[in-house]
Write a protein that binds this ligand. Structure first.
Ligand code: PGA
Length: 241
């Protein structure tokens, strides 16, 4: 079965999030939902007893205390999350998050029992310079610093080329497969057998072809996950792939 993860980013309000979550639950779908922090408890309640899983989009590297604006892994677990995104490119590039900080976030999440979706991806300049594999390989290298029990908390690794996120320009299935094959081998060397997701302008009309690549085990969807019809169409493609 292919994984469909919905990254709602800083979108939706309580009512629209609840409507979307309730419809997915009524369908018996098993997507992974990543709402923004304030929506987590309401969505947790809406999807209780379903096959849908709840995740947060970010996590503090700290355990508790005076860290204004941050949300701890323990608080996320308490709010009903079983998953968390770490290393999304909008955190790496919009907030300057790099290896040492990401490593601390990974360790905190794992310590609180949250499963992790770790994101990697190259910029357009890096791709044009022929460095896509090197950059994603280096980003994956952060996982090397995790111990065995922490590595077991990696639920998935998402390859999201920065130039494809929110731009309407997706990697071709061949480009995605090429990078995924490299990441798969690197993960194997780390003893991690987590599935690989592709993200970056996944839409109903390109999902099927991406999802039928041998090393694409699922998709991480931003914009197209905000609308029930398009998310359901992508999920249908995933079930048929
Ligand atoms: P997008 O976002 O589908 O809107 O390109 C994907 C992501 O950033 O996770």
């Amino acid at each position: 079965m292919r994984i469909v993860a919905a990254n709602w980013k800083m979108n939706l309000r309580r009512q629209s999030a609840l409507e979307l979550a309730s419809r997915l639950k009524a369908d018996g779908r098993q997507c992974w939902l990543f709402p923004s922090f304030p929506l987590l408890p309401a969505v947790a309640q809406a999807i209780a007893g379903s096959g849908l899983l709840l995740g947060a989009q970010d996590v503090s590297p700290e355990e508790d205390g005076a860290f204004t604006g941050d949300v701890s892994a323990g608080q996320l677990a308490d709010a009903g999350c079983s998953l968390v995104l770490v290393g999304h490119s909008e955190r790496r590039h919009g907030h300057g998050e790099r290896h040492p900080l990401l490593l601390r976030k990974l360790k905190r999440a794992a310590a609180e029992g949250l499963k992790i979706v770790y994101c990697v991806g190259e910029t357009l300049a890096e791709r044009q310079a022929g460095r896509a594999e090197t950059v994603t390989g280096e980003q994956l290298g952060t996982l090397q610093k995790l111990d065995e029990s922490e590595r077991a908390m990696i639920a998935a690794v998402a390859y999201e080329p920065v130039w494809a996120i929110g731009t309407g320009e997706n990697a071709t299935p061949q480009q995605a497969q090429e990078i995924h094959a490299g990441l798969r081998a690197a993960l194997q060397r780390l003893g991690i057998s987590a599935p690989l997701l592709y993200g970056g302008s996944v839409k109903p009309d390109n999902a099927r072809e991406l999802l039928t690549q041998p090393d694409v085990a699922g998709v991480l969807v931003g914009g197209a996950s905000l609308d029930y019809e398009s998310l359901a169409a992508i999920d249908n493609a995933a079930m048929e792939a």
